[in-house]
Design a protein around this ligand. Sequence first.
Ligand code: NAP
Length: 321
Amino acid sequence: MSGSETFERVAIIGIGLIGSSIARAIRAAGLAGHVACHDADSEIRARAVALDIVDSMHNTLAGAVEDADLIVVATPVGACGAVAQAMRDHLRPGAIVTDVGSVKGSVLKAMGPHTPEGVHLIPGHPVAGTEHSGPEAGFGELFQDRFAILTPPPGADEAAVARLSSLWRGMGSDVEIMDAEHHDRVLAITSHLPHLIAYTIVATAADLETELEAQPRDDDVVTTREVIKYSAGGFRDFTRIAASDPVMWRDVFLLNKDAVLEMLGRFSEDLTALQRAIRWDDGDALFELFTRTREIRRGVIEAGQAGRFQYTENGDSEDEA
Ligand code: NAP
């Protein structure tokens, strides 16, 4: 155990990509005396035990959270409320409860009413991830040089926020504090909308294939093989993003509905303007836009957020370097 230990017992609920990455990162940096875990799925519990990434695996939620001074809920966002309700009577006074969900306003609404007096609820979101799921997909370096956003509710205990911040820093992240609504608007444009676009474009390409295959013409057949074959273009990155977990993303869109619809409205307007520029051969408009976006990409690289990895949910995927 290193001298940087900040928690006695951390309970991780949901040992998928994010939960297992946290377990590995905590262990690698010696940030907790004991890492307990519960996952609703018995097969996933067994797989996590085989990976030897936690100190104790529990068949029940109560068993995992008992005596924990930090509980990290790493389930899909839609399950957070039910988890909070089920564990409320088993939490130790003074414990910190956090989560890693990609949407924050709804988490606060779902978990807040089930958080007992004397327990500190501080929702969080590591802006790091991949399109893969499950305990095997996690890795301890996932949060390195990434942002962890904490969205403490008004009046949250400052010492608890500081403790949780120090855990994320110990896992290699830069910590940002903001309110939940602001988080949801920012992530709607930087993460949620790009996923929506990826899901759409991949589905559109699949529909096109089906349509063309149904009415084959010798001179104009786009087969599945062709789409895969030529996917080294921009399409390849869309297919990777569109492979992201369907449960997680269903929850994100349903639970960040207002912000996503607002950003989608703005995006549609801009897309229409681009459509018009193409139709009217307005090369200057296209050139100006593409120059501006290239500058934005430079800014991302300069901010150290391009990474060695390929971007997916809010962060990285397989190292393509
Ligand atoms: P994941 O790999 O699918 O892991 C989630 C795990 O939670 C699964 O093993 C799931 O079991 C389990 N689970 C579901 N309901 C549960 C419950 N009621 N009690 C206990 N365990 C339960 O998903 P993930 O990618 O780690 O995502 C987890 C959270 O992190 C989500 O809220 C997501 O928004 C957030 N996040 C994800 C990323 C990313 O890139 N993936 C990045 C940042 C944040 P079953 O599969 O059997 O349901």
